[in-house]
Design a binder for this molecule. Sequence first.
Ligand code: FAD
Length: 403
Amino acid sequence: MKVVIVGAGHAGGSAAALLKASAFEGEIVLLGDEPALPYQRPPLSKAWLKGEADLESLLLRPESYYAEQGITLRTGVVVSAVSPAARTVTLSDGSVETYDTLILATGSTGRRLPIPGADRSELIELRTLADAERLKGQLGPGRRLVIVGGGYVGLEAAASARALGAEVVLLERLDRVLKRVASEPLSAFFTARHRAEGVDIRLDVEVAAFEDGGVRLADGTLVEADVILVGVGALANDGLARAAGLACDPAGSGGIVVDETARTSDPSIYAIGDVTVRPVPVHGLTLRLESVPNALEQARQAAHAIVGRAQVAPEVPWFWSDQYDLKLQIAGLPQAADRTVVRGDPATGRFAVFHLCEDRIVCVEAVNAPPEFMAGKQMIGRRTPVDVAKLTDLAVSMKAVAL
Ligand code: FAD
């Protein structure tokens, strides 16, 4: 039995290790187009960018691990085609690798704005270690970074760039940062904190073009920049799967359609991580998630399915973000909510926003509030009704609320 994994990122690297941990006896071939060993991306916009983490600490596992475990890891190789009929993958150097089972773990790529200059080579997107090295090399006192997009990566990069002494302007076309992913109180809180740290956040601005010297807005203003970071969302790297005839989502940001065991429309092919559109049973939704916990959960689903081990209970989706001394932790999905309630006072720097559907919590956004995150996550998974009066009363512990 031979398993080939395409994409040596967080999901692919973890799937190889989880197969080994599940006593898989066959051959594992892990193919990745980046030169680096499988590594974690979250620190690229946080600790690593600020210089607080070294390369070694980014690696999922040390170099010796792969040889010790008998995993064939090939970095710097691009898979250019998959043939489900022949059960082969073709590499861009023309070589062919056969498989019994294939795992596609190709991740996602930054969305490109459809405006003049969007292909300029000096623009940076923060997806890979190489991108992060390029960005870090250009930041420092006296340098002006302009960030296009007020999502998590943009905000984290803003905080790290301020720590490095750079001037930062952040341009967001919507009326608040994090609008697609977080509640209004959270957006207001992070906007205020970034502004207090000296980040020039400009909302409701339309970027019209990238030019020599900076970013041209639709109203004609040129926002001068030494460095430009574009973080406007990501698209699933599902091209190989589409060309191979696997079911993919034709809408939105794409994605390979998988079931609760990470299996695609071809029973010999699994897909895991950012590249998938997956069922989220806790919420009764099917969607694409971009997070480390999602990559790990699906890597485990695929490994268990391949070795015939029982699946574990589905997880509540969760995510985190670090900015300045703030730790944001989010569990659940807000889609089904009909109202929000806030526990604690944002002015104290420690609070949580709970999204409710009738009397159940469906999502919690916790800032410097681990007990609220932990208890909220537990209650989302258990689908237990919550007493809102207790939930918003700081005198009642989260343990007592969750009882
Ligand atoms: P990736 O880790 O992107 O790996 C996919 C790999 O496949 C890449 O190396 C890619 O180059 C390779 N590949 C693609 N096509 C081919 C091909 N044809 N042939 C060979 N190789 C190929 N998540 C959190 O939960 N918390 C965070 O705080 C957080 N912060 C983040 C900060 C940044 C800057 C970024 C970029 C992401 C962050 N994420 C965070 C998201 C998280 O890192 C991703 O969800 C996770 O890496 C997804 O894993 P993956 O294996 O699906 O994709």
